[in-house]
Write a protein that binds this ligand. Sequence first.
Ligand code: S3P
Length: 440
Amino acid sequence: MSGTLLIKNKIKKFNKEIKVTGDKSLSIRWVLLASQATGKSRAHNLLMSEDVLAAIDSIKKLGIKVKIYKNYCEIFGNGINGFNFKKNLTIDAKNSGTLGRLILGLLIRSPIKIKLVGDKSLSERDFSRVTKPLQKFGAKFYYKKKNKLPLSILGSNSTKGINYLESRGSAQCKSSVMLAALNSTGTTSIKARKSRNHTELLFKYLKIDIKVKKTKKYDFIDIKQPKKIPSFNYQIPGDISSSAFFIALTTLTDESKLLIKNVNINSSRTGIIKILKKMGAKILLKNQKNYRGERISDIFIKSSKNLKAINCSSELNSSAIDEFLIIFLIAAKAKGVSYFKDIAELNQKESPRLDWGSKILNMMGVRTELTKDSIKIYGQPNLEIKKMITIKNYLKDHRIFMMSTIAALTCGGKWKIYDMDSINTSFPTFLTIIKKINKK
Ligand code: S3P
């Protein structure tokens, strides 16, 4: 199933309540950590998207038993480094950078070579950002094409903790090294630019010996190798990155309201809320509670007529890293010129997202000034598209599909958006929820 979406009309005003699917970062981390625990772990509301199913398939190939039921998933962990597999094993991370990069951290003791492959998009992405630190632990890597997938990893039986500086603000790099620390003697010390901290919170919850010292820009993390990880149950909260599309849809649709239930609003992920509020969006957090170190809340959004441009502080970049496409769309409808800087990382995602964001706005008739690491967006509060817009050949980047859909539903014009199946990587129910919102 590939599929093309045609949109000819804007969405009508609405007042609805929705639930988005489980957080992708937490779902993948739960699968990987449950595979290292001893005994049966259970997760409710695990995201059943292609990225997470690829994680489940990978640990199954590594000898871990998994049972998927209608409402929950069980993983029967075999202890740290308890994988059990035969020669010539290939693991397929498909579209998922998080899976591809994190799982390598769990394989640094593998006595035989394991091959890691991915889809076309993942095979364009840089893996040296994780293989370099993992080499320091003692693992060896074999590339066909420099720093790209497919690669093979051969572990070592004498992996030792390392000192590591993570300077991009990448949670994938940080987490890959943190998982490797589980398999290494002594202490691993990480100095990491701020990024999402789900792995740290899970380690703390699992009573792994982890110390985190926070400063304004960096976190200093020390991890001692644990003897054992207890099995654990987890209720995965809704994904703020999926919610972001509906926050934008509501903000840009006149006379509308939306309540999104039970979303993870961990402050390392809420850049979208901070940025949009500064731009004049009406977003309220209701029923906040704590869950195992994470913060969870309902998000209430009302449409906003007076959006204004933002000169976005780069301190907010890492907490909004997956949301910039949709933020650019809001900027396109805001009064004034918005400026986003130090965002070169966006071109390292499932597609070159900074370039694509600019390209889509230009197709919509919005002027941009693009550099390698920044964009200026000349907002048009009264933007009404009258022409036909076709979105294709975008490496099936799920977030480009969803951003284009929201643009079509809020800015008018006739849109033809290819590769509908791209949403299956992170948010398979995206279009079903749109239908629900659009129903009288
Ligand atoms: C993720 C980290 C981010 C993000 C990705 C998920 C994670 O990537 O873009 O979608 O779960 O750790 P980087 O670490 O490369 O910034």
